[in-house]
Design a protein around this ligand. Structure first.
Ligand SMILES: [Ca+2]
Length: 228
């Protein structure tokens, strides 16, 4: 049943968002190929990806890409499901090329009821590029998307099913300081006084929807219709 769901999920994403560059539903029971950084424990339990810690204060991130852990293109859209059980913040990463280099994050901050787009360098302060209010319910299911395309960075989070994704972006920013493809990733963090945990699943990285509509999809439609 899970495999059928995963197949349907990818089919829906392909219809809605075009070419899938990478996917991992963790139903094989492992996170092979993901690179772990930080203090967290990374565990696949019952086909879902837990980033958590018992006593550690800090942040854990897990990175990947469609070519040996690095993305083959700098323009991509990262989607996954997220359940924050407890913690300071969690979210998605794009264009990560090293802790001393700029990368982009979409950050969910439940305690301050905000979501943010950030340009971050782990050896210095983050730069908030956009933010809005969002109240996250601990333990509930959400979908979260972070997209980078040229100098544009965009993000949204919603509850409900995948096909209920809102049309409008909640967060948008323009930034030119990291144009390399790098790796995409996910992260979670906590204060450490109490155990913290975020659960990720159904990670799908695709070509941005706008590029599909403007080039490949229309070219395919035209080619097919002219053949007919
Ligand atoms: Ca799964």
């Amino acid at each position: 049943m899970k495999k059928i769901f995963a197949f349907l999920l990818i089919l829906i994403v392909q219809i809605c968002f075009g070419e899938v560059l990478f996917s991992d539903d963790f139903n094989d029971g492992n996170d092979n190929g993901w690179t772990h950084l930080g203090v967290a424990a990374f565990q696949v339990i019952d086909g879902r990806y837990f980033v958590h810690a018992q006593q550690s204060r800090g942040l854990g991130k897990s990175l990947n890409g469609d070519q040996s852990g690095v993305m083959s293109t700098a323009d991509y859209s990262v989607l996954c499901s997220l359940v924050m059980e407890c913690g300071r913040e969690s979210g998605l990463i794009a264009r990560y090329t090293g802790d001393d280099q700029w990368y982009y994050r979409m950050v969910v901050k439940p305690y301050s009821s905000r979501v943010l787009l950030e340009r971050r360098n782990d050896s210095g302060p983050s730069v908030v590029k956009d933010q809005c209010s969002f109240t996250l319910v601990a333990g509930s299911d959400y979908w979260i998307r972070l997209e980078v395309e040229g100098n544009s960075i965009r993000g949204r989070i919603w509850d409900g099913s995948l096909d209920e994704e809102p049309e409008n972006w909640m967060l948008t920013a323009t930034d030119a300081l990291q144009g390399e493809a790098g790796s995409f990733g996910l992260f979670a963090s906590g204060y450490g006084k109490i155990p913290w945990s975020s659960i990720f699943d159904d990670v799908i990285v695709s070509v941005p929807a706008g590029q599909q509509l403007s080039s490949e999809t229309w070219a395919t439609v035209k080619t097919n219709s002219s053949v007919q």
